[in-house]
Design a protein around this ligand. Structure first.
Ligand code: ADP
Ligand code: MG
Length: 284
């Protein structure tokens, strides 16, 4: 089956091509891009479109590769051994009762093909991607405690996302199909907004998009607002019933947009914006 976008998610042609290429090659799709460009949602949408369950593994700075395979819960075993009677003793004897399956294991043992999302892999330490190479390549791993080899019944459709905070190792990259989600151009952005706010008035949409891209293109911003910020901002504009006129400046000059806190998230960027406006006034 082929992925062709959905009515919730706007997929550009190159993105669809990448998804289908990764599926054909049976390699993980590594999706990079600014935060808020729809990387996580892509996995959810592809899984839904292909009718596959999606197993999600959200990576933190402390996440270890082993946790995706399994963990041995020694603490519970010790506690059970101290508290339990004869029945409990049986449980304690069997180490299998204290092996907690990770997301990869769950994906491997599933009777039907599943999609697997390894979200924000760049959050983890530098060893993390390398530690998963073999599992991703061979689709198997060994459980030392129980001397079991766990093999995938079906190769899962793997999505790996990265916000580009760290470089990923070459050996890891070699095994992935890579796609960079470019920041949406105005036309694509308009399509994305349409999906979320189908009835939005044309004038408001045009004015809001114009303001948004003006703010985004300010030179020297520390954190450029992205798709999700635009959507939040539009939601607020609608909730507060902000008129189109508040977004359009009379003299084609930029002004501070209403509810700018939805777009700019730190004081340096706001200061930069205000300075620019001052300069504009000065130049008049
Ligand atoms: N192509 C798109 N089509 C529809 N909505 C999108 C798209 N890209 C981003 N969004 C919106 O932006 C939000 C953030 O997307 P998300 O997948 O969390 O971004 P990322 O994982 O890249 O940080 C989504 O919840 C969705 O509402
Ligand atoms: Mg995400």
């Amino acid at each position: 089956m082929k992925f062709a976008g959905s009515d919730q998610y706007v997929a550009t042609a190159d993105l669809m091509l990448a998804v289908n290429a990764a599926a054909t090659l049976q390699r993980p799709l590594l999706v990079k891009g600014e935060p808020g460009t729809g990387k996580t949602m892509l996995a959810e949408e592809v899984a839904a479109a292909l009718g596959m369950p999606l197993l999600q593994w959200h990576i933190k700075s402390t996440t270890k590769a082993q946790q995706g395979l399994y963990e041995y819960d020694a603490v519970s075993r010790l506690r059970d051994s101290q508290l339990s009677g004869i029945e409990g003793a049986e449980k304690v004897k069997n180490i299998e009762n204290y092996i907690v399956k990770g997301v990869l294991w769950q994906a491997f043992e599933s009777d039907r093909p599943v999609a697997l999302l390894i979200d924000e892999i760049d959050k983890a330490d530098i060893e993390f991607p390398n530690d998963l190479l073999r599992e991703i390549d061979r689709m198997e791993f060994y459980v030392y405690e129980t001397r079991q080899l766990i093999k995938a019944k079906h190769r899962p459709l793997v999505f790996i996302t990265s916000n580009n905070e760290k470089e990923l190792p070459d050996a890891f990259l070699r095994r992935c199909f890579f796609h960079y989600i470019k920041f949406p151009d105005p036309a694509t952005m308009q399509a994305i907004v349409d999906v979320h706010f189908p009835g939005l008035k044309k004038e408001l949409l045009a004015a809001a998009l114009k303001t948004f891209f003006e703010v985004r293109n300010l030179p020297g911003l520390k954190k450029k607002p992205s798709t999700s910020e635009l959507l939040d901002w539009l939601k607020l504009l609608l909730a507060e019933d902000i008129p189109v006129s508040a977004l359009q400046s009379q003299d084609e000059k930029i002004s501070i947009p209403p509810l700018v806190g939805a777009l700019l998230k730190n004081e340096q960027d706001l200061t930069l914006f205000e300075k620019l406006l001052q300069m504009q006034r000065h130049n008049r």
